[in-house]
Write a protein that binds this ligand. Structure first.
Ligand code: GDR
Length: 337
């Protein structure tokens, strides 16, 4: 039975990846931060066989300890402060976890394997945010980086380290440069989920307005469930490489609003959406669109659904969620709006 250790287990990708690996028969270990982490229950419910280990990306000895217990064949480093907007307010923390965290996991691996790093396969969650102010369209593995946020800078640091440990120590280390990937499990602070949840709640009469920032930004949005499969496929290759994972399609926040509000039967979202300059980022990424042809050719990976299907699925899940909450509130005679 192969063994995998996942950092960032409580996030959207951590849960999808653990479900995917459980189906493949893996013994899975997830690194869990803090005491009594409230997200542990959700992880345990999704993947009952998972073993959760205490540890923190800021604490090297805890990472070595996790390796000693998990004795992994594969390590997936998905842990990060992943909200770009927060990274200006907490730049040092973001650098310490999203950037230096990668160094600590790699060092833990090097120490645990006594420099024989090739015997454990390592996946680093690199990000399209590294492309930032894009140098070419579409972006591919060879496109130069120009990150636009402390988050993007920290991800670029982690990416270069992954490549460097591969070249320095022969680590079987792969970086997946993943473009935005979404699902009904996405955190409420990210724009897709904020919009799908907002549209559902407005349709159900639970909220009047949706307040957003920059509506002109364009992203390449795929489904997170497809993207975790690409992570696994990378680690199954004989030769470690870096891969762009993307759909090749780009849409604006306005397109996202069109689809989400159409789905709930509201023809013009303009009367419900406000723009607040405080939600604009000091420097934004205007356009992202990835070229995943290397992943298609070498891994046989391709995304399954399209953007509309993804957003409609998220809206439907948020509608069901809102209705469920309504019923519970009505049942308890306690209807909050
Ligand atoms: P992103 O995702 O920064 O691309 O990073 P996010 O959904 O936060 O923003 C996408 C774009 O939408 C614009 N925007 C808003 N964003 C948020 N969150 N809230 C708003 O109200 C809002 N209004 C407009 C933003 O300005 C931006 O242009 C995600 C994260 O998951 C990263 O961790 C990951 O590395 C990349 O995707 C790939």
């Amino acid at each position: 039975m192969p063994r995998a250790l996942i950092t960032g287990i409580t996030g959207q990708d951590g849960i999808y990846l653990a479900e995917f690996l459980a189906l493949k028969g893996y013994e899975i270990f997830g690194l869990l931060r803090g005491q009594n982490n409230p997200k542990a229950t959700a992880v345990q419910q999704a993947v009952p066989s998972i073993k959760l280990l205490g540890g923190d990306l800021r604490d090297l000895p805890s990472l070595i300890g996790a390796m000693e217990i998990a004795k992994p064949d594969e390590v997936y480093n998905l842990g990060a402060i992943s909200f770009v907007g927060l990274s200006w307010d907490q730049a040092e923390l973001t650098s310490g976890i999203t950037g230096m965290g990668v160094l600590r996991v790699l060092e833990a691996l090097r120490i645990f394997t006594q420099n024989d790093m090739s015997r454990i396969r390592f996946y680093q969650a690199s990000s399209s945010e590294m492309f930032g102010k894009v140098r070419e369209v579409p972006q591919r593995e060879t496109t130069a980086f120009h990150p636009r946020s402390p988050y993007g800078v920290a991800k670029a640091f982690g990416h270069h380290l992954t490549v460097n440990y591969r070249e320095s120590y022969g680590a079987h280390a792969c970086a997946g440069i993943l473009f935005n990937h979404e699902s009904p499990r996405r955190g409420h602070e990210f724009v897709t989920r904020k919009v799908t949840r907002g549209a559902a709640r407005i349709a159900l009469g639970l909220q009047d307005r949706l307040v957003l920032g920059n509506l002109e930004a364009r992203r390449d949005w795929g489904f997170a469930g497809d993207y975790v499969e690409a992570m696994w496929l990378m680690l199954q290759q004989e030769r470690p490489e870096d891969y762009v994972i993307a759909t090749g399609q780009t849409h604006s926040i306005r397109d996202l609003l069109d689809i989400a509000f159409q789905r709930v039967g509201i023809p013009n979202w303009q009367s419900h959406v406000l723009q607040d300059p405080r939600l604009f980022r000091p420097a934004d990424v205007d356009l992202l669109v990835g070229d995943a042809s290397r992943a298609r050719d070498e891994l046989g990976w391709k995304p399954r659904g399209d953007f509309r299907t993804l957003i409609e699925m998220m809206v439907d899940a948020d509608l069901a969620d809102g209705e469920q909450n309504e019923k519970q509130a009505a049942g308890s005679g306690n209807r909050h709006r």
